[in-house]
Design a binder for this molecule. Structure first.
Ligand code: ASP
Ligand code: MG
Length: 428
């Protein structure tokens, strides 16, 4: 008997119809002889709607209350799914994150998991029930308060439970059939990947591909949990994210043995660019600037320091960070203008980031040439560049991002023959 954790995203449980469809899928999985733990997200766009509501009531930040509010979204879906499962004649019980033993630190809105003790979940499935867990939430033992893991965090709940329960697989059900070579909403000719290494998946998630929560991929890799990304709207086999490269041959029966050079193109519109102009070109200034930004709890992504103009003794430092963290970082930097001694600050939210990802690029020369040639042929100007061994990323202006993604996707022959199906979801 296998133990399967199935996570259903918001678009899979968007309405009563969806909840019943999910119930059918869960019942089938159990009937096939498996133990099933289900993790659900909030229905449709309801988390965004709760955020909109909160903004209408107050503009102040209320991290504790925000987590109380947002965690309610997942409780609605878990209870409705339990009812639908009862209706289908099975016994099922729903559990909040804290009932399921998801223990986190006390940082509201982006809590990190520190322990998972799913005793009640284990007991529930051992007596033959289906256990349903509210995704994206936990509880801090320090504050005794409810926390949330950050947007998209239900994926991480699912993997953390799968690891703690030593599940055989963690299935992530979403609104497309798997991981594609690019977002099918931007590139309709995108192709579904049969497998992807967790290393590449990490780069994709970190580069803005929204299909999986970054921390879910990190967690799955650390604990060796095989992930299967698929759709609740079809019975098709999805994409396997393989935590261990040696698994490739085992799981990939009938597939070519050599991995393709490029696995996909990811894009991201959620970042802004900050340029600190006229920074004294002396040791310690970059450390000062990034110390200030870190103090404002911002996660920096790309960094570029220009060569100082001859003889001026000053340089410009640009970096990107999440738009949502921009205001706080700017305030902190402005407050330190005199001590750091820079001349000015520029801030731009109209940027987009495009990343080309593939483990094969480290052994294939000419990848960057082809990449930059595709962008130049498409008339896309490049603002910043950063690379890793298996990724090249550039920042462009926001309005050219889609064009750039399609150009790069085509240049690397990633276009497939069919139009990728997007079953649901607003992409909000
Ligand atoms: N409902 C939460 C969100 O929309 C968590 C999740 O869906 O994973 O971000
Ligand atoms: Mg998601």
């Amino acid at each position: 008997m296998a133990l399967i954790v199935q996570k259903f995203g918001g678009s899979s449980v968007a309405d009563a119809e969806g909840i019943k469809r999910v119930a059918t899928r869960v019942v089938e999985t159990q009937a096939a002889g498996n133990q099933v733990v289900v993790v659900v997200s909030a229905m449709g766009d309801s988390t965004d709607e709760l955020l909109d509501l909160a903004a209408q009531v107050s503009t102040a930040s209320n991290p504790r209350e925000m987590d109380m509010l947002l965690s309610a979204g997942e409780r609605i879906s878990m209870a409705l799914l339990a009812m639908a499962l009862h209706e289908a004649g099975t016994s099922a019980q729903s559990f909040t994150g804290s009932q399921a033993g998801m223990i986190t630190d006390a940082i509201h809105g982006k809590a990190r998991i520190i322990a998972v003790s799913p005793h009640r979940i284990k007991a529930s499935i051992d007596k033959g029930d289906i256990a349903i867990v509210a995704g994206f939430q936990g509880m801090s033992r320090d504050s005794n308060d409810i926390t949330t893991l950050g947007r998209g965090g239900s994926d991480t709940t699912a993997v953390a439970l799968a690891a703690a329960l030593k599940a055989d697989v963690c299935e992530i059900y979403t609104d497309v059939d798997g991981v594609y070579t690019a977002d099918p909403r931007v590139v309709p000719a995108a192709r579904k990947l049969a497998t992807i290494s967790s290393e590449e998946m990490l780069e994709m998630a970190a580069s803005g591909a929204k299909i999986l929560h970054l921390r879910c991929v990190e967690y799955a890799r650390r604990f060796g949990v095989p992930l299967h990304v698929r759709s609740s709207f079809s019975q098709l086999e999805g994409t396997w994210v393989l935590p261990n490269p040696d698994d490739t041959i085992k799981i990939q029966e009938g597939e070519p043995l050599e991995q393709p050079i490029i696995s996909g193109v990811a894009h991201d519109r959620s970042e802004a660019k900050v340029t600190v102009v006229g920074v004294p070109d002396i040791p310690g200034k970059a450390a000062e600037i990034f110390g200030i930004v870190a103090g404002a709890h911002s996660n920096i992504d790309m960094i570029v320091q220009n060569v100082s103009t001859h003889g001026s003794g000053h340089t410009d430092i640009s970096f990107t960070l999440p738009i949502v963290e921009g205001a706080e970082a700017l305030t902190a930097l402005k407050a330190a203008q005199e001590t750091v001694g820079y001349e000015g600050i520029e801030y731009d939210e109209q940027i987009g980031k495009l990343s080309l990802i593939g483990a094969g690029m480290r052994s294939n020369p000419g990848v960057s040439y082809k990449f930059f040639k595709a962008l130049s042929d498409a008339g896309v100007n490049i603002d910043m560049i950063s690379t890793s061994e298996i990724r090249i990323s550039v920042v462009t202006s926001a309005h050219l991002l889609d064009t750039a993604v399609r150009a790069v996707h085509a240049a690397f022959d990633l276009d497939g023959d069919a139009v990728a199906t997007v079953y649901a979801g607003t992409g909000r």
